[in-house]
Design a protein around this ligand. Sequence first.
Ligand SMILES: *Cc1c(COP(=O)(O)O)cnc(C)c1O
Length: 432
Amino acid sequence: MGGKTFPLTKERLEELAGRFPTPFYLYDEAAIRANVKKLLKAFSVFPSYREHFAVKALPNPFILKVLAGEGLGADCSSGPELTLADMAGIRGEAVMFSSNETPASEYQAARRLGAVINLDDITHIEYLEKHAGIPELVSCRYNPGPLKGGNAIIGKPEEAKYGFTREQIIRGFALLRDKGAKRFALHTMVASNELKLGYHLETARILFELAVEIKNKTGISLEFANLGGGVGIPYRPEEEAVDWGDLAAGVKKLYDGILVPAGLGGLGIRTEYGRPITGPYGWLVARAVHAKSVYREYIGLDACMADLMRPGLYGAYHHITVAGKEDAPLAETYDVVGSLCENNDKFAVQRRLPKIDTGDFVIIHDAGAHGRAMGFNYNGKLRCGELLLRQDGSVVRIRRPETAEDYFATLDLPALAGFETAGQGAKNPKPG
Ligand SMILES: *Cc1c(COP(=O)(O)O)cnc(C)c1O
């Protein structure tokens, strides 16, 4: 139903689970590549275009290598994300470093990789100069404030901690030039998981008008404008994806109407999409291990919100199918739950589904971005591993599941044996 598919049959899953026990994430390389090809073709209408995949969405260097093979760069926001890009061979200006509250050590790491630093605040100009030096090419992040309406996940730009105000960004570019920068870029990111095309076009219009204002007020012709991320995916079967062709055509119309007449017809376009690049092409595959009948009917999985926290955190909808029962009638109403000691550990609440038997494969769709990446270890839960379905149909493991040893690895255990506490309880003052 609803056009939500999974690339493997139940038989193939059974065989796979023999080698790699559930739960696991599975990503579809061919589908990711086909999607990226469509994106690049649509945006080839601009004089220069690059998509910097938002590493935080799926921070696995195998995936980054696949994306780099299609010509994508990376968007990183921390030192370890820069390292992941480097592991995948993505370096230099193919890397955008869009961070906030950035420590000096991370600006230095970004400089070493030759990444394009995207400053989040006017005070970071002097901070960067002091700790890492001003590079030839610098980007600044714009926060349009009251100019732009709100979005469910990111909220109102006015209340968002990111970016420069309009007045600051014009002053900032002039200051960067005085300090030796030669090439300049503009960035914004004001939405998350937004499916409305108009919202993204509005963002492009605001950026393009600002690029013209920057040219008029400072004489600086920007090298590129980065439209950020935030393009949503249709988590619900009845929702519609943002079409890459419609998006690129809409942005091109604004480009021709605003930038070209102002003499900015050479401006490059950059994007930092994460979710719409890999989101629909990744699944969390779990097994039903328990069925519980109390005031409601519960199906307990071997995965939990430590593996995928979006439903628990945001009440987000993720479509669910059952392997081999894709066409079965939706005869039951279940809460599909994990094993965490938190009542919001529910992948689905009061969802109509086919009758589920223990041992069935329960497939959670659209988990290819902000899925495994947002996992955590609360409750001593160990996060599951990741598999990649290669283009030739083979499956490779690209991350093993966590072990208890991983969980204990950060404790200073050698000191535990000599850590004396016996008999002190009575003498110590009460805490607090
Ligand atoms: C999260 C983020 C992205 C990617 O967002 P998606 O919704 O995954 O496309 C891009 N740029 C920045 C600065 C981000 O914080």
